[in-house]
Every structure is written in C-alpha cells, then in structure tokens.
Design a protein around this ligand. Structure first.
Ligand SMILES: [Zn+2]
Length: 399
C-alpha cells in the first residue's frame, strides 16, 4: 500500500530561493495550462491529454518571456501536468470541483519524481540544489534510512512553514479480526455525526475555540490598511490560526474515522454530494467547516486498508423523514425539529438517530442482496427505498 511520511523541513536561504523559484514556475505552468485547456474546450470542445499538455509546456518554455521556466528542474513542471490531469479526471467523474487557478498566497508545492531527487541514508538531495535538504523525522518507529521514496513533495504553508513528504510503498497492515458489528452514520450540523446505535459524535470544542480565534484575527486584519506593515503582521497571525484550525479538524477526523473502522465490519453512509449542499447559503459555512468530504475519503481508504466494507447509499433517499420503525414517510420535516413522533406507529424519534437507522437499513438491504459487495472501495449503490412511489425529484435536493 502507498503511504507518505511528512516532516517539517528547514531549507537554507539558498534552498529557499531555489524552491520559491520552482514554486513560481509550477504555479505558472498550472495556471497557463489550465487557461489553455479551458480555451480549447470552449472553442473546439476538445479535451486534452497529458502528452498534449506536455507539448504545450514545451512550447511555453520556448515562448518569449518564459525562458526562466527552464532555470528550474523540469521534473516538478512535468509532474504538475499529471496532477492537473488527475484533477480533471476527478472533476469529470463528479468526485471533485473544477480545478482552480493557483494563487501565490496559498500553499505552494513542488513534486519530484525519482529523476528529480536522490535519497540515500536518510539524506535528501533535490535537483538544482548543492546541499541536502534538512528535515526533522517524526516517526520514531521508522528508520529514515530504510525508506525508499518514489516521489518527494516539498511544500510551504501560507504561514511560512516548510514540509517535505516522502511517498513510499509499504507492506499492507495486518487486517483486524471481524467485529460482527454494523453501523449507519448520519452526518449532521448540530453534531458532527450520529450513529444508528445512538452515539452522538460532537464537533470538538477545541476546534470551535480555534475557529473563534481565527475569526477574531480575520476581523483584525480587515481593519488594517492594505499594504501596511501591520497588515502583513495580522496576515501572518491569520495564517497561523488557519493552520491550527486545520490541524485540529484533521486530527478529529482521523480519530473519529479510525474508531469507526476499528469497531465495525460494515459502515453505511449517505452520499451527501457536499458540493451541491454547499450551494445553499445558510448551510454553507457549517457544511464546509465540518470536513465531510475529507471524512468520507478517510473512511474509504481506511476501510479498504483494514478489510472493512463501506457502503454509500443513494443521495436522494429521505433518511430523516422516514420512520425507521414502520417506514411511514413524513411530507415535511423542517431542519429545526430535533425530535418527532411517528403519526403511524407512535414511535418517538431523535431526528438524527432515526436518520442513521434508516441509512443502516438501506445499506443492509443492499449488502443482503449480495453481488454488489466489494472490498476494494466504496460500493455505489441505489437505495431500494428510492423505488417507492414518492415525490423524489432527480436533481439538487432542496433543503
Ligand atoms: Zn412509524
């Protein structure tokens, strides 16, 4: 299996200069190629292959005013074309948004394949650099001299920290024994997630505090005069607060997903089509902050890694409005209603636990049918509930 070791890096001033120049070139190649692709699509409805993009890059390097593209290693420039190709493949498969232009204010990175670096005895030398790049190894259980990276990514966060990530192939981990447990998960806004067993996983408080901090620093920055020194300082504080929010959220998502995968053989989630829901303004902030997309990706790869089964049920399935006891479907259930009583069988429901139970039932129905159980990734299935005569519209769900 593929994994990566990411460490803080401490480049020398000379290395910083080389890397910053490389980042600039990577960004220009990404943006110019993206613009060219868009134009090709608009004018001739033509899609672009890697080799066509590569030919475009060769032309760009020869173009007037772009000679400096040849001053940095060509490896990260070739590599960014492949990354862009993957980004488009993900977009066309509806897994990701349309690739965006890269800004010099965001995170910067450059990826080197084997021809662009040498790694020996735990020392890393990148192309166009005289000296090895210093980094602090953060895995006490792994000897850095023993790893054999296939690609190396150097990055700089907006707050100025440097990182180096070594991608390696390692032996598959041992698969944990079956637990006999299954779970349905409803991703919410009030709580981060609620399980069919009634467990409510709250959004972490530390994260909320860090988010308040971030908002405060952002307000302060907005009051500073553009171009002033104070604004630069305020901006650095915003970047640091951002990193803390990000780290805190990622840590929470990792711990939550790892626990769910460890304790269950089958995990059923709803395909929320986060990108569609984010278009609803009132919910937009809450949803993009929760990190559901990242959470789902973690569940996917961890399930595959540990031999668990992740079932993704159809996204238009009315999990909140259906009684998990008798199947009665409510016509309307506003978001503010947290508990309700089924008019048909009289059961009292917690809104989110009921939804999680329905999600589990939909997943169970699918796995019971057999045939569609795959272990090498999430099953994309239609819930049987959808076949019932009910006013289900194909399209973006109205919330
Ligand atoms: Zn009922």
């Amino acid at each position: 299996m593929r994994t990566a070791y990411k460490s803080r890096a401490y480049p020398t001033p000379e290395q910083v200069a080389v890397l910053n120049r490389t980042f600039g070139c990577v960004r220009v190649v990404w943006n110019q190629t993206l613009a060219w692709r868009r134009q090709r699509w608009h004018t001739e409805q033509a899609s672009t292959s890697v080799s066509q993009a590569s030919a475009f890059l060769t032309g760009l390097k020869r173009a007037e005013g772009y000679a400096w593209l040849s001053e940095v290693s060509s490896v990260p420039l070739q590599q960014v074309l492949r990354t862009q190709q993957r980004a488009f493949a993900n977009f066309f498969a509806l897994r990701a948004r349309y690739p965006r232009y890269k800004s010099r204010h965001g995170r910067q990175s450059a990826e080197y394949t084997r021809s662009g670096f040498r790694y020996r005895d735990g020392r890393l030398r990148l192309a166009k650099m005289e000296t090895p790049l210093a980094f602090v190894w953060s895995w006490p259980g792994v000897d850095p001299a023993s790893v054999d990276p296939s690609t190396v990514t150097v990055s700089r966060d907006p707050d100025g920290r440097w990182y180096v990530s070594l991608a390696v192939e390692i032996a598959d981990p041992e698969r944990p024994p079956a637990t006999g447990a299954v779970v349905g998960i409803d991703l919410g806004i009030k709580d981060f997630a609620v399980t069919s067993g009634g467990l409510k996983i709250a959004n972490p408080r530390a994260l909320a505090a860090r988010e308040r901090n971030l908002a405060r620093y952002q307000r302060r920055m907005a009051r500073k005069v553009k171009g002033s020194n104070n604004r630069v300082k305020a901006k650095a504080k915003v970047a640091r607060a951002h990193r803390k929010v990000r780290a805190s959220r990622t840590d929470f998502l990792h711990r939550t997903s790892a626990g769910l995968v460890r304790d269950h053989d089958v995990i059923v989630i709803e395909d929320l089509a986060v990108k569609n829901m984010v278009r609803n303004r009132s919910l937009a902030k809450a949803i993009s902050d929760c990190g559901w997309g990242a959470f789902r990706r973690m569940l996917e790869y961890k399930s595959a890694r540990y031999g668990r089964h992740l079932v993704v049920v159809d996204r238009w399935f009315p999990s909140s409005k259906t009684c998990s006891g008798c199947g009665h479907l409510l016509a309307e259930l506003s978001l503010s209603i947290r508990t309700w009583q089924c008019p048909s069988c009289g059961t009292r429901h917690d809104r989110d636990v009921n939804a999680a139970k329905n999600i589990l039932a939909a997943g169970r129905a699918v796995t019971a049918c057999g045939g569609d159980v795959r272990h090498s990734g999430p099953a994309r299935v239609q819930s049987p509930v959808k076949q019932e005569p009910q006013p289900v519209k194909v399209g973006i769900p109205r919330l």
